[in-house]
Design a protein around this ligand. Structure first.
Ligand SMILES: *[C@@H]1O[C@H](CO)[C@@H](O)[C@H](O)[C@H]1NC(C)=O
Ligand SMILES: *[C@@H]1O[C@H](CO)[C@@H](O)[C@H](O)[C@H]1NC(C)=O
Ligand SMILES: *[C@@H]1O[C@H](CO)[C@@H](O)[C@H](O)[C@H]1NC(C)=O
Ligand SMILES: *[C@@H]1O[C@H](CO)[C@@H](O)[C@H](O)[C@H]1NC(C)=O
Ligand SMILES: *[C@@H]1O[C@H](CO)[C@@H](O)[C@H](O)[C@H]1NC(C)=O
Ligand SMILES: CC(=O)N[C@H]1CO[C@H](CO)[C@@H](O)[C@@H]1O
Length: 622
């Protein structure tokens, strides 16, 4: 629930009204209605992209304002038509649809929730603005009772703008080309500082859900282990509406529905004797990822509200050379990825989620990074359920120039971290927060910026390590001093010394020795990788062939092997699958560093990785 007062666009004063952003779940007291499907759609192709806002297209059905086309929600809109101007569109696009609300919802609280819309969204119900949201990858919602026709039809209109500016995350710039001898009138382009296509639209579920007017607004759970056996759940429940005179019952249920702990406090502790701990699947092959259910029953004058939260009991600790899960060392053999897939772009799709997790298991992957923006909640759910650890990353990419470290950017970055931690704080799979990828952390101006963002994130969640991903070296980096685990991306023999795999070992060794002797913190290689065009061969290998990707990775693996169990706590190849980028002479229909093709078919590098990771499960799990 965001109440927004917008002076001009981008100077929005937003404030959180409620504190929570719980995932919508059915219960005895709550109803969830999906509004996904084929919506009406229209891009504002006017030169300023402002015709729709000026003419208030939200005041009537979109089809009455001009031609509309069907557009799937959730999905990116870019690749679903044959229209190149829509694929590469920058500016406002408009969506609308009708929905009915039953009469008997009148006495309940009705909330409209978006899983995400990239980037800036304005939402109207029956021609009245209900919410604005700044940010492309996190959920937002609004209580909409006062705008609804109960027992009748309602019009839902959404305008989404994918424009990236200096103060968005990721940042970008709009460049106007005034030279009329070279460009058409009013010509402008979006410059990006990121190596992936800026897919846009309503990317995740749109849902209505109901609660009683006094309701469970948020819950925060942290877990601990006592005497190696008992699980401790420390929790805090926040109530929305008029809490006066309300009472709570908290039951912890095991997988079979047996109540194994109970409490009647809003803030308290429940102890589970002989707890089944939550482990990544590689550490506990027979019963990984054990989830209890925290069932909360709130009773008030408004009736009863029930909400069930899955909770895994586990601890994470970081020493100067190890990550411990439940007091046992954890080595991450993982992968970086994108949400990118097929014609839906970055839109949510269950078949893709299932395929990607099946591929993780096939490869032996036991962790991934949500490079380089927060992923859908449904993906995070799968990680919790299947026991795959996650480095949960903010969309802080492209923060590279002095001007990109302004206080306006910092303020937005803190706000994004608030939203990310609020959404994912209760997830056992989240092992670490990453606040940014490859920022200008060699600049003096990055010091107060990262001190602030990392410190803020740690204050939001003192139970998990916090880091960012550096591409600077140990001599120049000025912000790594604030992190718990040193995460870095390396492309020796790719972006430098291209083709020379013989330099990899010596360069990686001095690199890692340098970090270690300067900071004495655990090391995590969050990216290394070479591009390969599927089907392209050369022997001896050379850049962009499938053979080169294999030779390249094998050299890195030798270095990793010499440090596992000493100071290296994780490795992640870049990347899971090929993905689309902006067009450029270095990118042949996208980035080809996938060990899988974009269609999730393995290249030879995938078989190398599978062999390595399956063996690592045996070597590091016990
Ligand atoms: C919407 O898009 C237009 C065109 O890129 C841009 O000028 C404007 O600033 C954008 N507004 C927002 C809120 O993103
Ligand atoms: C967990 O319990 C241990 C031992 O009882 C204690 O030292 C530690 O501070 C606790 N951790 C948290 C996050 O509460
Ligand atoms: C509930 O709170 C009371 C008062 O703070 C405390 O004495 C009691 O131990 C708590 N019970 C549980 C189960 O946390
Ligand atoms: C941000 O604001 C602080 C406090 O007002 C100020 O000291 C600092 O110089 C500002 N930073 C930038 C990059 O403008
Ligand atoms: C891992 O260990 C199991 C059981 O000892 C064995 O069957 C399997 O072949 C090993 N896998 C690899 C890749 O070493
Ligand atoms: C992407 C982005 O916002 N980049 C800006 C960072 O700062 C430089 C210097 O002012 C700008 O030129 C970039 O546009």
């Amino acid at each position: 629930m965001w109440a927004g007062v917008c002076v001009v666009v981008f100077l929005c004063v937003t404030g959180v009204v409620g504190v929570g952003m719980l995932y919508p779940r059915d219960s005895e007291s709550r109803e969830v209605r999906n509004l996904d499907g084929m919506w009406n759609f229209r891009a504002d192709m006017s030169p300023t992209r402002n015709a729709g806002l000026k003419a208030a297209w939200f005041k009537q059905p979109l089809a009455k304002t001009g031609p509309v086309i069907p557009m799937p929600v959730p999905s990116s809109y870019n690749d679903v038509t044959q229209d190149i101007s829509l694929r590469d569109f920058v500016g406002w696009v408009w969506y609308d649809r009708d929905f009915f609300v039953p009469q008997d919802w009148q006495n309940r609280r009705v909330v409209l929730r978006f899983g995400s819309a990239n980037y800036y969204a304005i939402v109207w119900v029956n021609a009245q603005e209900v919410v604005q949201h700044n940010g492309g990858h996190l959920p937002f919602e609004a209580e909409i009772n006062k705008y609804l026709h109960f027992g009748g039809s309602n019009l839902l209109t959404v305008a989404v703008n994918n424009t990236l500016t200096q103060h968005t995350l990721p940042p970008g710039t709009i460049q106007y080309q005034a030279d009329t001898e070279r460009y058409p009138d009013g010509y402008f382009v979006q410059n990006l500082q990121m190596d992936f296509f800026n897919y846009a639209g309503i990317h995740r579920h749109v849902r209505l859900y109901t609660t009683p007017t006094t309701y469970i607004d948020d819950v925060t759970v942290t877990t601990n282990i006592s005497n190696g056996k008992a699980g401790i759940m420390q929790y805090q429940i926040d109530v929305g509406g008029s809490a006066q005179g309300s009472s709570i019952k908290v039951d912890v249920e095991d997988k079979d529905g047996n109540v194994v702990g109970t409490s009647t406090n809003f803030t308290g502790t429940v102890t589970v004797a002989n707890a089944n701990l939550w482990y990544p699947y590689t550490m506990m092959p027979n019963s990984p990822a054990y989830l209890y259910t925290l069932k909360m029953t709130l009773t008030s004058k408004a009736g009863t509200d029930v909400y069930r939260l899955p909770v895994g009991i586990r601890t994470i600790q970081v020493t100067d050379s190890q990550v411990l899960i439940n007091n046992r060392p954890f080595y991450c053999h993982g992968i970086g990825k994108h949400e990118d897939a097929d014609i839906r772009g970055r839109g949510l799709d269950y078949a893709t989620i299932a395929k990607d997790f099946n591929m993780f298991k096939w490869l032996g992957v036991n962790c991934f990074r949500t490079s380089v923006y927060p992923y859908a909640e449904e993906i995070m759910d799968q990680a919790d359920q299947e026991g795959i650890m996650v480095i949960d990353e903010s969309p802080g990419i492209g923060i590279t120039q002095d001007e990109n470290f302004s206080n306006t950017s910092l303020f937005h970055h803190l706000e994004v971290m608030d939203e990310l931690v609020r959404r994912d704080k209760n997830r056992p799979a989240v092992m670490m927060w990453s606040v940014a990828n490859e920022p200008g952390s060699d600049k003096g101006i990055s010091i107060p910026y990262f001190k602030s963002v990392i410190g803020h994130t740690r204050s939001l969640d003192p139970t998990r390590p916090v880091s960012f991903v550096s591409n600077k070296n140990y001599i120049d980096d000025k912000a790594v001093q604030f992190v718990d685990i040193i995460c870095f991306n390396r492309y020796y023999a790719w972006y430098t010394d291209t083709g020379h795999t013989e330099v990899i070992q010596v360069q990686m060794a001095s690199d890692m020795d340098g970090w270690r002797s300067k900071y004495n913190k655990p090391l995590f290689v969050t990216e290394y990788g070479a591009g390969s065009v599927a089907g392209l061969h050369r022997d001896p290998s050379s850049a962009f062939t499938e053979e080169y990707q294999v030779d390249f990775m094998a050299e890195y693996h030798k270095q990793f092997d010499s440090r596992i169990g000493k100071d290296l706590v994780g490795e992640m190849v870049w990347t899971f699958s090929d993905f689309i980028t902006a067009q450029g002479v270095k990118r042949v229909v996208g980035n080809k560093k996938g060990v899988l093709t974009r269609q999730r078919q393995p290249k030879p590098a995938a078989f190398l990785l599978r062999q390595r990771y399956q063996a690592l499960i045996n070597r590091t799990a016990h």
